[in-house]
Design a protein around this ligand. Sequence first.
Ligand SMILES: [Zn+2]
Length: 423
Amino acid sequence: MIKSLSVSGTESKWIKVGTLLNGIDRPVKDAHIVFDSISIKYSGQKSPPKSLVPDGQSTPDLDLPEYTLLPGLIEAHAHLFLEGAELDFQKRKDFLQQSSDELLEKAKERLQKLVSLGIIAYRDAGDKNGVGLALSKIYQNGKRSIMPYVDSPGAAIHHLGRYGSFMAEPIENHDSLKDVVRERVKKGADRIKLIPTGIINFKSACVTKEPQMTVDEVSKLVEVSKELGRQTFAHASGDDGIDLVIEGNADSVEHGFFIRDDQLSRMRDKQIAWVPTFTPVQKQVDHAAEMGWDDTIKCNLQKILDGHAKSLCKAFEMGVLVIGGSDAGSVGVAHGIGFYDELELMEKAGVDPVSVINSATGVSSKRLDFKEKFGIIEKGYKSRFILTKNSPVETVKNLRKEKFVCFDGQVFQSDEKFDSSGL
Ligand SMILES: [Zn+2]
């Protein structure tokens, strides 16, 4: 039945659904949506205007009272060059021995699968093999098979000898901070990724190293990026590192482990978004034995996650712009499936399912300056949405269950038995 919703060109369909989540507001009951293969033409609780439906048609093409319609999901932090699910350290290392072309081919296969999971857009978070940039270009030139929107920063920016060398290139390769950003933009970067801090030392369960950038460096990199029309997103964990990212006015704090409440309130005031990425740390707990962590370390990691969960609830209470991103590609974090994990962890932290979904759709769409309109069910936004009988308003866990994904006029289907190999 849902498969009959496939459309081509400007042929349009009119449907009525039991529940509509538009990506921004609370759910509404009994909503009408008219769409063609390109965009949504109408969304609302009244019947669509006559001009949008064929002469004489007075009822929807399909009436779906048991279904919820929601925007396709936006994964705001993922590394497409990496295969996430793999846990074995040596196998992960071997995987990266492949050529850039081979890594790109694997990423393309991955992306096609992700559409069926309802993931319609990706903000790649950096690689130095050019995989993200190549995918962004493939998407933009239009001559491609079905894939989610992708944009990419290319190589992230870090300091020589400090954390991030697997996905970043050092500032030291250039004469000035201005040149660093200019070179990224010249290579096609859609946005600029900064790595101002190190990462959590899992063994000691804290950030052991000093930040790698100064406030002045972050500020300058952000300023030049803005001049060139690019948003910045900054990897930051440890409260001293988070401080300088806020001070330097980056557009978002990525990860943000050990964030303080006063930092959250400054982020709200400056409209700096937070992408909390619970999943990579959760995976360290879930696979503690394989990772070589004893019970003490496992317990410390759990404490970090508990603190992060508290901060997340605080952030929602305070009105911080929280955006869903899983850091897929990290150890144990499969693309797509890992994003479901992330949304579930946000819900488990105490955030209601609708707010979680909004953080992965409308909030993301409005804050992250994507080149196209998606993630919201409203006139003019792309026809990329999910239809499901398993209400995600009850729990986001239901997103894993059977659902249909309408994507640019085509209809895809997936459920828990989805073949997740290669993700
Ligand atoms: Zn990352």
